[in-house]
Structure formats: C-alpha cells, structure tokens
Design a protein around this ligand. Structure first.
Ligand code: SF4
Ligand code: FES
Length: 198
C-alpha cells in the first residue's frame, strides 16, 4: 500500500493509503474526541463527535473522521469554532440521556456543553453500539443487541445467551460511556432468575 501525504492542523502527515483521518491524526499526535470508536472494532460512525473539516479537490465538507479515509493532498482542521459548536450541541443531546456519565461530563467541560439544555431522556443509552459490536465482533457471542427504533431504541440482552455467557465475561461493561449497560445486565439477570424460580 502506498504512502499518502496530507495536512492536519497545518502539520504535514504521511500515512498509508486506506488510513482513516482519525488514525492519521493519532499518528501525528493530534487528539480528536470519540465516543463510539474502538481500535479493535470496525469503524461505525455513530456518535459524530469525531467530526472534522476536510478540504479536498476544492470542496470543504464536515466528515466523521473515524470512518472517512485520508486522501492525498487533503487539508484537515480538527478544532474550528464551527466544529466546537457542533460537538457542544451533540454533547448536550447525549447529556440528556446520561447527565452523570463521567466521560460525558469531562467532554462537556471541554466544550462548554450544558447538561440542562435538553429535556432528560428516559434511556441512559447513547447508542454508541460499543457493547453490541464488541460482543458480536470480538467475543462472537451476540449476547445483546438493539431493539426498537428512533427514540425508543434500546439495548437488550438475549436471556438465553446472556445467562450462559455474560457472568464470566462482562468485558463490554467498561466500554460503555454511560452506566446503562450494567443496569440493563442486572435487570436481564434478575429476570432470568425470576423465570427460573419454581
Ligand atoms: S449500553 Fe452503553 S455501550 Fe451499549 S450502546 Fe448504550 S451507551 Fe453504548
Ligand atoms: S467516534 Fe466517529 S462517529 Fe463516533
């Protein structure tokens, strides 16, 4: 695979073709905030927090850096006023789900996001998909998945699989940017125990 050269925050960066903008920035020591990205998982592009400004062939667009491939000659900006404003709004929307999440609070502080701006959502899940994808891609167990759509979208453990696999694993728990996953698991476990009672 050949090398390509691009500019990130006025810094020349050389990476292999096929590298994402996020990886190229990391290679250059430039940090971009992420919530749904995990180095071991396939790129997902769910949270949009990693948004950057990409200038290529005379066009400037906002792209999710974790899924967008770096191109030769590209000019990337990772932290303009416009980007900061978008991240602030995204964080405010996520904080409506999980205002007490330490990870979200830390980002909120950095971007000046107000956790009271939007009405509180009933679900703590921010739909990053980390737990679902980790279980499917790394553990190959598919013990949990998403149910429902739109605002009603939730994660749900599949009791038949979770009752056999999750107790000894729980590797997805620390990946969750909110604490919802633990609560959902405890709930699924209690329900399983209930249904097994004589
Ligand atoms: S439960 Fe946590 S890890 Fe799973 S999708 Fe929701 S926020 Fe992400
Ligand atoms: S980290 Fe890129 S969309 Fe979530």
């Amino acid at each position: 695979m050949s090398d390509i050269s691009l500019q990130i925050n006025e810094q020349e960066v050389v990476v292999k073709e096929g590298t994402t903008i996020l990886e190229a920035a990391k290679h250059a020591g430039i940090s971009i905030p992420t919530l749904c990205h995990h180095d071991k998982l396939k790129p997902y592009g769910g949270c949009r927090l990693c948004i950057v400004e990409a200038q290529s062939r005379g066009k400037t667009t906002m792209v999710a850096s974790c899924v967008y491939p770096a191109e030769s000659g590209m000019v990337i900006k990772t932290s303009t006023q416009k980007i900061k404003k978008i991240r602030k709004t995204l964080l405010e929307l996520l904080l409506a789900h999980s205002p007490d999440s330490p990870q979200l609070q830390e980002l909120a502080k950095e971007y000046g996001a107000d956790k009271e701006r939007y009405d509180k959502e009933s679900s703590f899940c921010i739909h990053c998909g980390l737990c679902v994808r980790y279980c499917a891609e790394i553990k190959k167990k598919n013990a949990l998945g998403f149910v429902n759509r739109g605002t009603k979208k939730e994660i749900s453990f599949i009791p038949e699989i979770a009752s056999k696999e999750c107790e000894a694993c729980k590797e997805c728990f620390p990946l969750c940017p909110t604490s919802y996953l633990q609560a959902a698991y405890v709930l699924a476990k209690s329900l399983t125990q209930l249904t097994q009672m004589p």
